[in-house]
Design a protein around this ligand. Structure first.
Ligand SMILES: *[C@@H]1O[C@H](CO)[C@@H](O)[C@H](O)[C@H]1NC(C)=O
Ligand SMILES: *[C@@H]1O[C@H](CO)[C@@H](O)[C@H](O)[C@H]1NC(C)=O
Ligand SMILES: *[C@@H]1O[C@H](CO)[C@@H](O)[C@H](O)[C@H]1NC(C)=O
Ligand SMILES: *[C@@H]1O[C@H](CO)[C@@H](O)[C@H](O)[C@H]1NC(C)=O
Ligand SMILES: *[C@@H]1O[C@H](CO)[C@@H](O)[C@H](O)[C@H]1NC(C)=O
Ligand SMILES: *[C@@H]1O[C@H](CO)[C@@H](O)[C@H](O)[C@H]1NC(C)=O
Ligand SMILES: *[C@@H]1O[C@H](CO)[C@@H](O)[C@H](O)[C@H]1NC(C)=O
Length: 456
C-alpha cells in the first residue's frame, strides 16, 4: 500500500513539475509558432512553409496595437544581433537574401511563407520572428523547421497492394509530396491504362500538401507479377524532374492454360512406355494434378501425379485429360489421344472375318450379276423369240409394241423391267402349272395380265 502511494505521489510530483515547466517555458516564449519539423524541397522549385503563431496574452495588447508587422526568418541560429547575415528574409524589405513571400495574413497569425527558386545551400534549420514595429518583437527560439533541398524529387508512395484474388476490384493510391503547391507534380500511371485517375491536392496533418492519384481496376490473372508504376513529374523552371514507384501485383488465380501432352505423340505399340504430362499456370502453385481417362463416355481417375507414366496395354488406348487444382480453384486441359499402333495377332481374326465376309458377299453379287447378264443377253435375241413356243409370244409381242412407241433409253429400262417380270414368271410357273394346267388358254390369259402389272 505504502509503495503504491509513494509511486502515485512521485508520479503526481513529476506531472506537476512537467506542467510547471511547460507553463514557465510558454510564459517565457513571447512567440509560439506551429510548423512542420521537417520539409523536403526540390532545388530550382519553390517551397511553401505552413506556419501559424500564437502570442501569449501578456503580449497580445502590444501586438494588437501594432499597425505594421514584419515576419522575419532566421537561418541556422537566432543570434542575429551578432551575426546579421542569418537574417535571410524580412517581409517588410524587398532586398531580402531569400526570394520569398509571406502568403499568410500576419494579423490573423498566419505566417505561411513561400521561398522561390530554392538552392541546395538553403538546406538548414529556420526560426521565425515577429517584428511589430513597437514594443512587441519576439523570436520563437524553441521551434525550428528543418528544410532539406534535394536535386531529385522524393519517391512517391503507393498503397501496399495486398494479395488480391482474380476478379476483385483493386484500388491503388499514389501519393507525391508537393513542397511547392503552386507547381504540384503530375502523376501518371503506366498500368493499368484503362483507369481514369483523378489527381487532387490534399493537405497532410502537418499542413504540407501532397498530390494523390487513385486507380481502380478489376484484377485479372494476366495482371499477376506485372509492375504497376506511378510516376510523379515535377515542373522545375522550364523543365521537369521525375520520380517513380513500382509495385508488383500479386493476383491469386485458379489454374489457367492447363494442357495435357503425350510423349511420344505418335501411335505407340503395346508394351512401350508413354508419358502424359500436365502443365498449368496458377497462383498459388498447383497443389494437385489428376489424370482422367475417358472410358465408355465417362472420365475415370487414373493418376494423381503431374507426370503419368504407363507401360501401354491395349486397353490404355483412348482419350485422356488432366485437372489442376490450387487453393483458388481448378482448371481442366483439353483431351489428348493415346493412340495404339495396330498389331497383327490380336486384330487379324476380326479383320479377316470382315474381309472374308465382304469377299463372299461381293462374289455372290458378281455371280448374280453375271447370271443376270447372261439371261438378259439371251432374251433380246429375236431368233430365240421367234423360235420360242407360242405360249410366250403374246407377252413378247406386247413388250415389243410398247418399246417401239418409246425413246430408246427408256426402251432399255423397259426391257430390263420386263426381263425381271420374266424371271418371276418363270419362278411362278411351276406353282401355277399344276393348278391351272388343264386349260392352256386360261393360263395364257393370267400370265399376260401379270406381266402388265409388273411393267408398271
Ligand atoms: C487581440 O486581437 C485578437 C483578435 O484580433 C483578439 O482575439 C484578442 O483577444 C486581442 N487581445 C487583446 C489582449 O486585446
Ligand atoms: C524588417 O524590416 C523592417 C522594415 O525595414 C524593419 O523595421 C525591421 O526592423 C526589420 N526587422 C528585422 C528583424 O530586421
Ligand atoms: C494560412 O494561409 C495560407 C495561405 O493563404 C492558407 O493556405 C492556410 O490555410 C492558412 N492557414 C490557416 C490556419 O488559416
Ligand atoms: C485512396 O484515396 C482515396 C481518396 O483520397 C481514399 O478515399 C481511399 O481510402 C484511399 N485508398 C487507400 C487504399 O488508401
Ligand atoms: C518490375 O519491378 C522490379 C523492381 O521493382 C524490377 O526488378 C523488374 O525488372 C520489373 N519488371 C518489369 C517487367 O518491368
Ligand atoms: C518418360 O519419363 C521418364 C522419366 O520421367 C523418362 O525416363 C522416359 O524417357 C520418358 N519417356 C518418354 C517416351 O518420354
Ligand atoms: C490434394 O492432395 C492432398 C494429398 O495429396 C489431399 O489431402 C487433398 O485433399 C487433395 N485436394 C484436392 C482438392 O483434391
Amino acid at each position: 500500500m505504502a509503495y503504491t502511494e509513494n509511486v502515485f505521489c512521485i508520479g503526481l510530483f513529476i506531472l506537476v513539475l512537467y506542467v510547471t515547466g511547460v507553463l514557465i517555458v510558454n510564459s517565457q516564449r513571447a512567440l509560439i509558432t506551429t510548423m512542420p519539423d521537417k520539409l523536403q524541397a526540390l532545388s530550382g522549385s519553390c517551397v511553401q512553409i505552413p506556419c501559424a503563431f500564437e502570442i501569449p496574452t501578456i503580449h497580445s495588447n502590444d501586438f494588437n496595437k501594432s499597425t505594421n508587422i514584419s515576419g522575419v526568418w532566421l537561418k541556422g541560429a537566432t543570434t542575429f544581433g551578432t551575426t546579421p547575415e542569418i537574417k535571410i528574409f524580412n517581409s517588410s524589405k524587398t532586398d531580402s537574401k531569400f526570394q520569398g513571400q509571406i502568403i499568410g495574413n500576419l494579423f490573423q497569425k498566419n505566417c505561411t511563407t513561400v521561398f522561390y527558386n530554392v538552392k541546395n545551400s538553403y538546406t538548414d534549420k529556420y526560426f521565425f520572428r515577429i517584428d511589430a514595429n513597437g514594443p512587441y518583437r519576439a523570436t520563437d527560439t524553441y521551434k525550428q523547421i528543418e528544410i532539406f533541398v534535394q536535386d531529385v524529387p522524393p519517391i512517391p508512395t503507393m498503397t501496399d497492394s495486398v494479395e488480391v484474388k482474380e476478379g476483385t476490384l483493386v484500388s491503388l493510391n499514389c501519393s507525391a509530396v508537393a513542397p511547392c503547391p503552386e507547381h504540384p507534380p503530375n502523376l501518371t500511371w503506366t498500368f493499368p491504362t484503362k483507369s481514369t485517375p483523378e489527381d487532387h491536392l490534399q493537405e497532410n496533418p502537418d499542413q504540407t500538401k501532397s498530390v494523390v492519384s487513385m486507380v481502380t481496376f478489376t484484377s485479372s490473372y494476366l495482371h499477376n507479377e506485372k509492375n504497376i508504376t506511378c510516376t510523379a513529374v515535377y515542373p522545375v523552371g522550364t523543365s521537369y524532374k521525375t520520380a517513380e514507384i513500382n509495385r508488383t501485383l500479386n493476383v491469386l488465380f485458379s489454374p489457367k492454360d492447363t494442357s495435357a501432352s503425350i510423349s511420344p505423340s505418335v501411335p505407340v505399340s503395346v508394351g512401350s512406355c508413354v508419358n502424359l504430362t500436365c502443365s498449368s499456370t496458377a497462383n498459388p502453385p498447383v497443389t494437385n494434378y489428376t489424370w482422367f481417362r475417358i472410358s465408355e463416355g465417362k472420365p475415370t481417375q487414373v493418376s494423381f501425379r503431374q507426370n503419368y507414366t504407363l507401360n501401354v496395354i491395349v486397353e490404355d488406348g483412348g482419350l485422356y485429360y488432366c485437372e489442376a487444382v490450387n487453393d483458388v480453384g481448378l482448371g481442366n486441359s483439353s483431351e489428348v489421344l493415346l493412340a495404339i499402333k495396330a498389331q497383327d495377332k490380336p486384330v487379324s481374326p476380326l479383320v479377316y472375318g470382315i474381309v472374308g465376309g465382304i469377299s463372299v458377299i461381293m462374289l455372290i453379287v458378281i455371280l448374280i450379276a453375271f447370271f443376270g447378264w447372261k439371261r438378259k443377253s439371251r432374251f433380246p435375241d429375236q431368233h430365240e423369240r421367234t423360235d420360242n413356243p407360242l405360249e410366250q409370244n403374246p407377252s413378247v409381242y406386247n413388250n415389243q409394241g410398247m418399246v417401239k412407241s418409246k425413246p430408246e433409253e427408256q426402251a432399255e429400262d423397259q426391257s430390263e423391267e420386263i426381263h425381271y417380270g420374266e424371271i418371276i414368271f418363270s419362278k411362278q410357273r411351276p406353282k401355277e402349272t399344276p393348278a391351272v394346267a388343264k386349260d392352256r388358254d386360261q393360263v395364257q390369259e393370267s400370265e399376260y395380265s401379270e406381266v402388265k402389272v409388273t411393267r408398271r
